[in-house]
Design a protein around this ligand. Sequence first.
Ligand SMILES: Cc1cc2nc3c(=O)[nH]c(=O)nc-3n(C[C@H](O)[C@H](O)[C@H](O)COP(=O)(O)O)c2cc1C
Length: 322
Amino acid sequence: MALPPVFQKLRLPVIASPMFIISTPRLVIAQCTAGVVGSMPALNARPASQLDEWLAEITEALAAWDQAHPDQPAAPFAINQIVHKSNDRLEHDMQVCAKYKVPIVITSLGAREDVNQGVHAWGGVVMHDVINNVFAHKAIDKGADGLIPVAAGAGGHASVKSPFAMVQEIRQWFDGPLALSGAIASGGAILAAQAMGADLAYIGSAFIATHEARAVEGYKQMIVDSDSDGIVYSNFYTGIHGNYLKGSIRNAGMDPDHLPESDPSKMNFATGEGSNSAKAWRDIWGCGQGIGAITEVVGAGELVERLRREYQAARKRLLALA
Ligand SMILES: Cc1cc2nc3c(=O)[nH]c(=O)nc-3n(C[C@H](O)[C@H](O)[C@H](O)COP(=O)(O)O)c2cc1C
């Protein structure tokens, strides 16, 4: 199936994924003007009234960019909605998204027909993130347009499934937009995601080590200094399993290799990505396994440029083999 028009303007087949605390208009604008979909969680805007200001800032900046660069228009942006019953801002945040006709809405943690219909009513596209094929079916049954399989090794909440397994299973019955998430941080990996059957790569952690990300310098530097050995998969902090930087857990006085199990019923998204989340995510740094490919803190545009160069080189290399 052809990709919806909203994805056809990208200069690299990438969605820069939404990250709790990290993504703000500054990062989103840098990502979109570099030619990839930029995104942020609605819940990063606090108080809730700030969402309106942020969407105004993003839409104005992208329109100004397009006027100044007609031959290199900005990619569209996406807003992430946590569709969990404990997110008591959802209705308000959806109304603000409707006001700005947000082009892409990324939904996580539960699929809801009314949310999908609301987005379609203003002409937007819904991508839903899933950790297995059962949730993928549910999301499409409830009217999502596309899927984001979040594979093993992804930053933040992630599954334990191989990306190959997830994409193969989903592609047996779904030919709509598919963005693969998990440990992608090089141009070759973007091409590999496409070779596997994905349309787009969904990249988070690599963007934490950029100047525009709202992360403290120690977090950015830990990403530069770490690789997959420095990541631990635990449900201790939010009730759902996710990947975190071991160094941040040690800095908080805990042993990352001996974390207790948590109780999933304690999940609460009233303030963001999980129970006691704002505090947990500020001190305990979410991060995927792909960060061995990150060797310096750069501007988001520079990161996209590197990915583009590597992507083209990988294509050339594979075409020469054909
Ligand atoms: C620090 C951090 C915060 C995240 N917050 C969110 C979030 O609020 N909503 C969401 O849908 N995904 C969130 N994610 C998951 C990402 O959107 C995406 O699935 C993941 O980063 C992709 O894997 P990668 O980090 O290995 O590239 C977060 C990831 C990280 C690293």
